[in-house]
Design a protein around this ligand. Structure first.
Ligand SMILES: *Cc1c(COP(=O)(O)O)cnc(C)c1O
Length: 409
């Protein structure tokens, strides 16, 4: 019997304008990778680029490469490449540190720009590091954390709020915030806004400039395919570049690091967000991923990811798989993922991984599938739906081996 889902998938793949880009990534044989929202696939151009940077720039030219290869400018140069993906100007973005560290710097900078206000407002269930970074500043006596559920954020925006900190596409559910509307509401209340773009940058169109956003951070290893622990990025709206002061005043954020002055003077531009020596190898890998995503184009990527996720839902429903969807049913309201709630989500996820279908589990009961459209085919989606149906129908997930928890889920 031919698989009807598979047949339709092949037709969709044949008409897919992004089909050619799968070849530009290393997608392991026998793997259906639905976790590009946690760690993006390896672009094939990355290993030769790394080899060149390691052998020629580090190995041969050594310390001279700070000048000859322009290492010193890479954080700002790669930031400028990321900028158009998120609706920013080139001088407003820098690639550096981790998302967590960038959150710390920008929350502190925002607090410094709103003297007399201490509240940082966010939502319960935001990504842990975002909340923990507010806690860290609270312990220093600099911030006061306030959490309000989505529907109550507007009323929680009183005149004690210095900063509204939200993740644009929720990491668990994929639900999007209306960036323009919330930015406007925050500004009306006299607060600044910091957007975490970890699940939106490189996955869907973001217009920081058009929304009037003040600050943003985002992740390099998810949809930008920069590799494990890739440098993250930070955005400061140009109008805030002179007023924003970040607390990690390391020498690379100095206006003249190589003057070796005893006294800190922040760089005038986005370089003031740097702290220590930039991780050149990580930046080299990140640049390849960013360039590839820019070449494909975020609009096309988002259109395809919506088509992939809708196709997945359709295949599941045709197979009679009834899972509790926690992502918005309207694809325009969600990022590039679908999440389902199931009491046995962990074991189901493990059983799928054993079949080569890699999604992930988020505590306590969320089964999460990311649709990174640069390298996924509709055929992969039809197959993933078949595997998921089989795992559930046969009770395969009940095997003891699928119930043991690993350290990283
Ligand atoms: C992945 C992710 C991060 C990652 O932070 P790291 O410092 O890179 O570990 C931060 N925020 C959100 C919303 C994320 O999804």
């Amino acid at each position: 019997m031919t698989e009807p889902g598979l047949e339709r998938a092949r037709i969709l793949d044949a008409g897919d304008p992004l089909a050619e880009f799968r070849e530009r990534f290393l997608v392991p044989e026998g793997v259906i990778y639905l976790d590009g929202n946690s760690l993006g696939c390896l672009p094939k151009a990355t290993p030769p680029r790394m080899e060149q940077v390691v052998r020629e720039q580090w190995g041969r030219d050594l310390i001279r490469s700070w000048n000859t290869a322009g290492w010193v400018d890479w954080p700002a140069r790669i930031g400028a490449r990321i900028a158009p993906l998120i609706g920013a100007q080139p001088q407003e973005v820098i690639a550096c540190d981790s998302t967590s560290v960038n959150l710390f710097k920008l929350i502190a900078a925002a607090l410094g720009m709103r003297p007399g206000r201490k509240v940082v407002l966010s939502e319960p269930g935001n990504f842990p590091t975002d909340l923990y970074m507010i806690d860290g500043l609270e312990k220093q006596g600099l911030a006061e954390r306030r959490l309000a559920p989505r529907e109550r954020l507007a009323e929680a925006l009183d005149d004690d709020v210095a900063l509204l900190l939200l993740t644009h596409a929720h990491y668990k559910t994929g639900e999007l915030f209306d960036m323009a509307e919330l930015t406007r509401a925050a500004h009306e209340a006299g607060a600044l806004v910091l957007w975490d773009l970890s699940h939106s940058g490189g996955a869907l169109p973001v217009d920081l400039g058009g929304c009037g956003a003040d600050f943003a951070v985002g992740c390099g290893y998810k949809y930008l395919n920069g590799g494990p622990g890739a440098p993250a990025y930070a955005f400061v709206a140009e109008r805030h570049l002179s007023a924003a002061q970040q607390p990690l005043t390391g020498w690379f954020g100095h206006t003249a690091p190589f003057a070796f002055s005893d006294d800190y003077e922040a760089a005038p531009g986005i370089e003031k967000l740097l702290c220590g020596t930039p991780p050149i190898l990580g930046l080299a890998a990140l640049e390849v991923g960013v360039d590839l995503i820019a070449e494909i184009g975020v609009d096309r990527l988002y259109a395809k990811s919506q088509a992939l996720s809708e196709f997945f839902r359709q295949c599941l429903s045709e197979r009679g798989v009834e899972l509790d969807l926690v992502s918005p049913a309207d694809p325009a309201q969600r990022g590039s993922q679908l999440s389902f709630r199931h009491p046995e989500a962990y074991a189901i996820c493990q059983a799928l991984i054993a079949r080569g279908v890699i999604g992930d589990f988020r505590d306590p009961d969320i089964l999460r599938f990311g649709f990174a459209p640069a390298y996924l085919r509709f055929e992969d989606i039809a197959e993933a739906a078949r595997h998921l149906a089989e795992v559930i129908d046969t009770g395969e997930w009940q095997h003891a081996e699928f119930r043991e928890r690993a350290a990283v889920t």
